[in-house]
Design a protein around this ligand. Structure first.
Ligand SMILES: C[S@@+](CC[C@H](N)C(=O)[O-])C[C@H]1O[C@@H](n2cnc3c(N)ncnc32)[C@H](O)[C@@H]1O
Length: 389
């Protein structure tokens, strides 16, 4: 059975324990924040129940691993030990928690607003580092809020924990020096309320992504002129803010999405479909098709379908891969509906190649009261923009 010391040692050995956070991390026991009944992903990525009373060895091994622990399914409607792919809360992976805390660049005396309290584990780390009265945390789910409050209290922490939609921030305790969000913002919907509640020079750190691809971490610095701007720091997949979830977020097969008897356009592509959906250019493709969802569905490792779908217009594209199509380098594509989603995605993939195959970290984000845009290399080079709302 692993212990908290094993987790500290493993993170340190891998260079994932920033020196600024070593003391706080060692002081806060993750086991105190993970519920006795939770779920841990198996090798196929499916949440499997873990039980502190029934099988403590497995529970502690999970809790002291550098992996996320699922703590709520489908807003609490799926009760332990039942399972579901609809993960609505989790204790994030410790190395990601630390990387995000490190990227915040906290100093003594800073005041922090956290969005997405979840188990309260991250909140406790912030309290340990800054003191209880410098930490405000907002959780949208009432049951999780209650649970986090009780757990934090039992562990000796008394931050302000509020139940509400974190999209509005928390005006009552503003201004803050830092905002840390632990759920993903969807492209074009970064809340301007967050910018208003941070002091000039302060930072906002949040997971961000398109419906197409989730996602990256962005760090914005708030300017005196009321804008905030900053780079993509790296990749990080997070569950979305609840109001930012997409229809069919948990995917379906082609037949579930569209009446397949409607007229389809059949073509052939020579671009490997998985490259467009999940390859290194997929983040860029998503910027060009931000409201289009994508999924890869395997019949077996050699036979799969890449699905692109846009629910509001009932447009769907499917590209299928088999050993025969892969060896010929020619993949059948079928497109339904008013948008030709495969053609759009392939054009975006070509744009990515023509611009030197940019990695996500070459992009950044700027937000003003009116507009928000994603740029490549510099704010003066916008790739996509939206009205702020
Ligand atoms: C990845 S989990 C939280 C991880 C957490 N920091 C921890 O260490 O346990 C994301 C959390 O964000 C919450 N959440 C989702 N949308 C929200 C919103 N609009 N406002 C506040 N919290 C939200 C979810 O209920 C979930 O508990």
């Amino acid at each position: 059975m692993t212990s908290g010391d094993d987790l500290v040692a493993a993170l340190r050995a891998e260079g994932n324990l920033p020196s600024d956070w070593a003391e706080a991390f060692a002081a806060v026991d993750r086991a105190a924040f993970v519920p006795a009944h939770a779920w841990f992903d198996d090798e196929d990525g499916r949440p499997r129940p873990i039980d502190r009373g029934g099988d403590p060895g497995r529970w502690y091994d999970a809790v002291y691993s550098d992996e996320p622990i699922v703590t709520q399914l489908d807003g609490g409607r799926v009760r332990w030990p039942e399972s579901s792919p609809l993960v609505t809360s989790s204790a994030s992976q410790p190395s990601i928690v630390l990387a995000m805390l490190d990227a915040l660049g906290l100093r003594d005396g800073h005041r922090v607003l956290e969005i997405g309290t979840g188990t309260g584990y991250n909140t406790a780390l912030l309290c340990e580092r800054l003191g209880d009265d410098h930490v405000t945390s907002v959780e949208v789910d009432p049951a999780l809020t209650e649970q986090a409050r009780a757990t934090l209290r039992a562990a000796g922490y008394k931050p302000t924990v509020v139940c509400g939609d974190g999209v509005a921030g928390r005006r009552a305790s503003r201004p803050y020096d830092r905002l840390l969000c632990t759920a993903a913002v969807i492209a074009g919907r970064l809340p301007y309320a967050w910018v208003e509640q941070i002091r000039p020079g302060g930072r906002i750190l949040t997971p961000w992504g398109t419906a197409y691809r989730n996602g990256v971490l962005v760090r914005l610095t708030v300017d005196r002129d009321g804008t905030a701007s900053g780079p993509v720091l790296g990749e990080a997949a997070f569950m979305r803010l609840r109001s930012h979830d997409t229809p069919f977020g948990h995917a379906a097969r082609l037949g579930d999405l569209v009446d397949t008897s409607t007229i389809a356009v059949d073509t052939i592509t020579t671009v490997p479909p998985a490259e467009v959906a999940t390859g290194p250019g997929a983040f860029t493709v998503g910027l060009h098709l931000p409201d289009v969802q994508s999924g890869v569905f395997y019949d077996d490792p050699a036979h799969y379908e890449v699905l692109l779908y846009h629910v509001p217009t009932d447009s769907v594209a499917s590209a299928t891969v088999s050993p025969e199509s892969a060896s010929a380098g020619r993949y059948p594509v079928r497109q339904h509906g008013p948008r030709r989603l495969w053609d759009e995605a392939e054009a975006a993939h070509t744009w990515w190649a023509a611009h030197g195959f940019p990695a996500p970290t070459r992009y950044g984000l700027t937000i003003s009261p009116e507009r928000q845009h994603v740029w490549l290399d510099a704010p003066a080079n916008p790739v996509r923009s939206w009205n702020s709302r």
